[in-house]
Design a protein around this ligand. Structure first.
Ligand SMILES: [Zn+2]
Length: 435
């Protein structure tokens, strides 16, 4: 018998059971106690946990158009470093991904990079303007087989346009991912509306500007019996609406970002624009509600909203700075810190919220599979007992706008396997794909 490509010895599975995982020819060749064969590369997994490869339904890769901030390749590297084997690339590029040509370009660039699967998201409306629908059918039929559509960055504000989009995607089992932000109520908004914004004199962004859109859209999804996904939920009130909608049987899913599980609006007191993000950081009680909702499944998944920006767009006055922060390389550590180390979730639930469920929502069939013999070897091995300190000068993203610079975080992503090949080994990116 030929040797296995890799053998991960004595690793914990999400449920705590120990196993030797042998990987050969792109699949998990065996999962056993006491693997007897040979292997080309042997990895000691005794302190580690293996999870199905992480899937991010919300990443901004910035290519085409702002390759100084991120490219498909640099974002793929950041993903592999963070334990991801698939990510969805948001449509707010330049040009906007509102035609088959652009989504096919992004998809091809992902294949060329070869470090993970890049699934392009198509724009709902032409140019993200919220008016005429984009070429939804052509993008769905393209090589990229787009199933998720979003104007993220912008809200699909016109209810008639939203209704038409929800009706259109039903034909092929698609999904509309809404960036819930009433644009009229948030003109010039700089941060969460509350005690801190009043003290700092920064224009506030009320929770109701998010919640009113979520409420409207779950009702619309119910009315046309279509699938709706709410991007980056941030408020306790939003959680209540999703809970109500699910109890009523409405086909809605929701995501939360790692940063909204940890950071709060009082960080704006530093006037450091690294904390300026859309939707904004909210209050302690919102963070508490988001954690509870992620634990009980009201919020289905964690998605990073990885939003790279060049230095000049972030290192300026708060009012002028771009919205957004990096997320791919720190997501798992923040989830461990906020959800696992606090006892709110176990690793089985982390696997569900960061891999199995996002893969199901996006329709990414080769991802989010249970770790069993014969399944495609998309997996991540993490060491939850180790700590590391984030250094913005060492991130592999093309940008460095991480809010965690200098923070010590739990959980080191040790190894990432994409289709049976290591993209990350002992925390170091390997030289496969477009490198
Ligand atoms: Zn957004």
């Amino acid at each position: 018998m030929k040797p296995a490509d890799y053998l991960i010895k004595g690793v914990s599975l999400p449920d705590g059971k120990k196993a030797d995982i042998a990987i050969s020819d792109g699949v998990i060749a065996s999962l056993s106690n006491g693997f007897k064969g040979e292997a080309n590369t042997i990895i000691d997994g005794s302190e580690c946990v293996a999870l199905p490869g992480l899937v991010d339904l919300h990443t901004h890769l910035r290519e085409p158009g702002r390759e100084d901030a991120e490219t498909v390749l640099s974002g793929s590297r950041a993903g592999a470093k963070g334990g991801f084997t698939a990510l969805s690339a948001m449509a707010n590029t330049s040009p906007v991904a509102d035609t088959a040509g652009v989504v096919e370009q992004v998809y091809r660039l992902g294949q060329e990079a070869g470090l993970l699967d890049v699934f392009p998201i198509g724009a709902v409306t032409q140019g993200l303007k919220g008016e005429a629908l984009s070429e939804i059918g052509a993008m769905a039929d393209s090589v990229a087989r787009v199933r998720v559509f979003s104007d993220d960055g912008n809200c699909v504000f016109d209810p008639l346009v939203m209704r038409r989009a929800l009706e259109y995607i039903k034909k092929f089992g698609g999904l509309i991912a809404q960036h819930a932000q009433d644009p009229r109520m948030t003109i010039g908004s700089q941060m969460n509306e509350g005690v801190v914004s009043a003290r700092l004199g920064l224009k506030g962004w009320p929770a109701v500007a998010e919640e009113a859109i979520i409420a409207r859209d779950v009702l619309l999804a119910d009315h046309v019996k279509s699938r709706l996904h709410i991007c980056h939920l941030t408020t306790a009130g939003g959680v209540e609406i999703i809970r109500w909608a699910k109890a009523r049987g409405i086909d809605v899913t929701a995501e939360v970002t790692p940063h909204h599980l940890l950071l709060t609006d009082d960080l704006a007191s530093s006037y450091d624009p690294v904390y300026k993000v859309n939707p904004p950081l909210r209050t302690e009680s919102d963070v508490h509600a988001l954690r509870e909702a992620l634990a009980d499944g009201t919020i289905d998944i964690v998605a990073t909203d990885h939003a790279p920006h060049p230095t000049e767009a972030k290192e300026c006055e708060w009012q002028e700075a771009a919205f957004g922060m990096l997320g791919l390389e720190t997501a798992l550590s923040i989830v461990q810190k906020t959800m696992v180390d606090t006892g709110l979730m176990n690793w089985v639930q982390v696997a569900e919220r960061m891999s199995i469920t996002p893969a199901r929502i996006g329709g990414y069939e080769s991802h989010g599979q249970a770790l069993v013999s014969g399944s495609i070897a998309n997996l991540v091995v993490i060491n939850p007992t180790q700590k590391w300190t984030v250094d913005r000068d060492l991130v592999v993203s093309n940008s460095s706008n991480t809010p965690y610079h200098g923070h010590e975080l739990p959980g080191v992503v040790a190894h990432t396997f994409y289709k049976g090949v290591a993209t990350l080994i002992n925390g170091n990116l390997t030289s496969i794909g477009g490198m």
